[in-house]
Design a protein around this ligand. Structure first.
Ligand code: PLP
Length: 411
């Protein structure tokens, strides 16, 4: 990519007024409250002021994961937390069962292979979440318990399909199999209902840049007692990612190495915002915007990629392009004309789908701006569609109000 030099015009020169619409499924728009919280002097990370911040965020993030167990916070992108989840509980050559729900499941698999794990992948069609019956059957056949972990992606950001994690838990239990359950919740945490303890997950992987409304740069591992036990005998090499190194200083609000202090200020603010709204309201808001988006798609005559209605994602919707039309041409037209970024098709979906992110700091009018931009873009790019998608979404939003903030606070 060539960078614009000092004399070359940039997109912002051509379109100086109004905010860019960042409607990819993460990183998401960072609210002003979080931006202001981050914009503070960095402090001594070994001093008492930091300790109070550390204690706040380490306690608060547990409430977001719905866990009483420790949550490790890494100054890393989500990929780091993927690696951390594996290296803390597994040994070289261990067998891991994964389900190919889409591009991110495929990337996690690749990472696991590079670490020296033996990955068995249940193939998927990239239009649904991980299928619990297939996981059950594979585990039931594993009489010798060679499989040490099952890894699934809760919300496949490449497809807009979710995995029903309680069904996967039940599949493991019904097969009477001792495998650990590892779940990626990078694009669902704080957007779609998720319960680490209640659903019996051993390691949950999260990231800062989506539902948490923070800039990229933090990621998480939520743990279970079983995961902590597995860590004692796990032999994959680990140093930076070692939970033990983290948990000792975390007990007093500190970190073993220099933490991302300013992102932690942002995290404290983001947790406060989510709790002021109430997690149940946050999830209902995302459900409602996802439903409005699907109504727009139906009116346009565009197909939702996710084939299983119970697994529709509430944080993003991937729409299939009509045959012979390139999703990237449409996205380029929308970026050029309306300064709005939409998610591209990833991996085998390149050019075939575009993804509308409707997660994070997002309200009815953000959605309407987004859908109006898509509808105008479809016309400009010559993509066959019917008019009236934005109207269908407006009709739906006007017909059902959200509960007042805080009215249905999550436990
Ligand atoms: N898992 C999922 C579901 C994702 O959506 C992403 C990124 O979008 C990742 C993992 C990788 O995270 P990162 O890009 O922060 O390393």
């Amino acid at each position: 990519m060539t960078r614009a030099g000092p004399t070359e015009p940039t997109r912002r020169d051509a379109m100086p007024a109004g905010r860019h619409f960042l409607q990819i499924p993460g990183p998401t728009n960072v609210p002003d409250r979080v931006l202001r919280a981050v914009d503070r002097p960095t402090i001594d990370h070994r001093g008492p002021e930091f300790q109070a911040l550390g204690e706040d965020v380490l306690a608060g993030i547990r409430r977001i994961f719905r866990t009483r167990h420790p949550v490790v916070i890494y100054p890393a992108s989500g990929t780091g937390a993927w690696e951390a989840a594996l290296v803390n509980v597994l040994s070289p050559g261990d067998k891991v069962l994964m389900y190919e729900s889409g591009h991110f499941a495929a990337l996690w698999r690749k990472l696991a292979g590079r670490l020296g794990l033996e990955v068995e992948l249940i193939p998927g069609d990239w239009r649904r979440g991980a299928e619990a019956p297939a996981i059950h059957d594979r585990l039931a056949a594993d009489k010798g318990h060679a499989i040490k972990a099952v890894c699934v992606v809760h919300n496949e950001t490449s497809t807009g399909a979710t995995t029903r994690v309680p069904l996967v838990r039940k599949a493991i239990d019904d097969a009477r199999h001792p495998a650990l359950l590892l779940v990626d919740t990078i694009s669902s945490l704080a957007s779609i209902d998720y319960r680490h303890d209640e659903w019996g997950v051993d390691v949950t992987v999260g990231g800062s840049q989506k539902g948490l409304m923070l800039p990229p740069g933090l990621s998480f591992n939520a743990l279970s007692d079983k995961a902590l036990e597995a860590q004692k005998s796990a032999r994959l090499p680990r140093s930076y990612w070692d939970w033990g190194e983290m948990l000792a200083p975390n007990a007093k609000g500190f970190f073993p190495y220099t933490p991302a202090t300013n992102l932690l200020y942002g995290l404290r603010e983001a947790i406060a915002m989510l709790e002021e709204e109430g997690l149940a309201n946050v999830f209902a808001r995302h459900d409602r915007h996802a439903e409005a988006t699907r109504r727009a798609a139906a009116a346009w005559g565009l197909e939702v990629l996710c084939a299983v209605p119970e697994e529709y994602s509430s944080s993003l919707t991937a729409l299939v392009m009509p045959a012979g039309h390139d999703a990237d041409r449409l996205r380029d037209a929308i970026l050029d004309r309306f300064d709005m970024s939409l998610g591209m098709g990833l991996g085998r979906l390149a050019g075939k789908v575009f993804r509308i992110g409707h997660l994070g700091d997002f309200n009815d009018l953000t959605l309407m701006g987004t859908l109006a931009g898509v509808e105008m873009g479809l016309a400009i790019a010559g993509v066959p569609h019917r008019k009236g998608g934005a109207q269908a979404a407006m009709d739906y939003l006007a017909s059902c109000a959200l509960p007042a903030s805080g009215a249905a606070r999550a436990a």
